[in-house]
Ligand binder design. Structure first.
Ligand SMILES: [Fe+2]
Ligand SMILES: [Fe+2]
Length: 354
C-alpha cells in the first residue's frame, strides 16, 4: 500500500469517527432490547443490539458465550471491539447501513474473530433493524452465525482420511499419533504463560493438538521394503527414508495453516544442526517442530517396537535429557522436564490395546 493510500485511509477513518460523534444515539423510545418481549434475550443465536453509532446496547447470553475472550461488550463500540477483524470496506458499509439505510438498513458479511486466549471463530454476521415497523430505525440487531465447527470439521475430516491412509503403511501404532498430539498440546499449554512464547495462543494450542499427529504422513510415499526393513538401512535407503519429511510437507501444503507443513518438514531437525532434511540449527527450526520432536521421541522410546523393547518412563527422561543442546531445544527441555510426570500419565491413559 502506498503512502498516499495509507493517508487516504486514515482520513477516511477520521471521517467515519466524526460520523460516530455527530450522529445521534436517539433510540426514539423504542429500546427493543429492553423489552420483555425481546425474543433474543434467551435465544440460542448470539445477538447484539447496537444503535446507529454502532454502540453496543445489549449482548445476549449466547453472544457472551461465543465471544468469551471479550469482556463487557455492552457500552462499547462495535468498531472498538471488532474493528481489527473487519476490513475497512466492511466498516464503511456497516456505517452506511445504519446511518444512510443502505440495502434496507441491512448488511451481511463474514469475519474471523480471535484473541490470544480464545480459539479463532469464523462467523457470518447479519445486521438488520430491530424494528421492522419504524421508517428510520435507530436500533439494530447484529446476529452471529458461528460456522467455525462446520468448516473446521470438514477440513479436519479430509486430513484425517489422509492420516488413516498413511497408517496403513506405517508400522507406528494408531495410539502413537494420538499420544503425540496429547504431549504436544500439553507442552504448548505450558509455554502459553511463559515469557518469550507470546506467539503461542489458543489457536496454536488447538492446532498443534491436531496437527502433531501428521508428522509422519509423508511415509505414505516411502517404499514398503525400506519402511519395514528389519536391521539397519543402507546409505541410500536412509536417504529415501529421510524424504518422508519433504513428502509430508508437500502433502500438507494444501492445509491452510502453515503449522502442518512445518511439523512434517522439520520434526527431525536437531538443535545442533545435525538433523534432516536441511540441517537447520537452533531457533531456525520452527518452534512447533521443536515441540513435536520432543513429544515424538518420548513416545517412540516408551513404546515397544519390533526392533526394541519398551523403555520405562524414568530411563526415557534420562535419555532425552542427555540430548539437551544436541538434539533438543534446551529451554523447551526444561519445560518438558517440569511436566514430564504428565507425559507418563498421558502414555498410560492412551495405551494400545492388543
Ligand atoms: Fe518422522
Ligand atoms: Fe512418530
Amino acid at each position: 500500500m502506498s503512502r498516499s493510500e495509507i493517508i487516504g485511509e486514515v482520513e477516511d477513518v477520521e471521517e467515519l469517527l466524526e460520523d460516530v460523534e455527530t450522529t445521534s444515539g436517539d433510540s426514539s423510545g423504542a429500546s427493543a432490547y429492553l423489552q420483555d418481549t425481546n425474543p433474543f434475550i434467551h435465544s440460542l443465536f448470539p445477538v447484539l443490539f447496537i444503535n446507529r453509532d454502532l454502540k453496543i446496547l445489549f449482548a445476549n447470553k449466547a453472544s457472551e458465550n461465543l465471544l468469551t475472550g471479550f469482556k463487557e461488550l455492552t457500552g462499547q463500540y462495535l468498531t472498538d471491539v471488532f474493528g481489527k477483524f473487519f476490513t475497512f470496506e466492511d466498516i464503511r458499509l456497516i456505517r452506511e447501513t445504519t446511518i444512510k439505510g443502505s440495502n434496507g438498513y441491512s448488511w451481511k458479511g463474514e469475519v474471523h474473530i480471535k484473541s490470544r486466549e480464545m480459539v479463532s471463530i469464523q462467523t457470518k454476521i447479519y445486521i438488520f433493524p430491530a424494528h421492522i415497523d419504524i421508517a428510520e430505525p435507530s436500533e439494530f440487531v447484529v446476529m452471529f452465525d458461528d460456522v467455525t465447527e462446520e468448516n473446521r470439521g470438514l477440513l479436519r475430516s479430509v486430513f484425517m482420511s489422509l492420516l488413516e491412509a498413511s497408517k496403513l503403511k506405517d508400522n507406528d501404532t494408531g495410539k502413537h499419533i494420538t499420544r503425540v498430539n496429547c504431549y504436544s498440546r500439553r507442552l504448548a499449554m505450558e509455554l502459553f504463560n511463559k515469557k518469550g512464547y507470546e506467539r503461542i495462543d489458543a489457536d496454536f494450542i488447538d492446532n498443534i493438538g491436531f496437527l502433531a499427529s501428521m508428522h509422519d504422513v509423508g511415509k505414505i510415499g516411502t517404499p514398503d521394503d525400506i519402511l519395514n526393513k528389519e536391521g539397519p538401512l543402507s546409505d541410500w535407503e536412509w536417504k529415501v527414508m529421510q524424504e518422508h519429511t519433504k513428502n509430508g510437507a508437500f502433502i500438507l501444503s494444501t492445509y491452510p495453516n502453515p503449522m502442518a507443513k512445518e511439523i512434517a518438514l522439520s520434526h527431525h531437525e536437531r538443535w545442533n544442526g545435525t538433523g534432516y532434511p536441511f540441517k537447520l540449527e537452533g531457533d531456525m527450526i520452527p518452534l512447533v517442530a521443536r515441540i513435536v520432536s520432543i513429544a515424538d521421541v518420548y513416545d517412540a522410546l516408551r513404546m515397544p517396537r519390533s526392533y526394541k523393547p519398551a523403555i520405562e518412563h524414568g530411563k526415557t527422561i534420562e535419555k532425552i535429557m542427555e540430548a539437551k543442546n544436541t538434539q533438543f531445544d534446551p529451554a523447551l527441555l526444561d519445560v518438558f522436564y517440569h511436566i514430564a510426570g504428565e507425559f507418563e500419565e498421558l502414555y498410560e491413559a492412551n495405551q494400545d490395546k492388543n
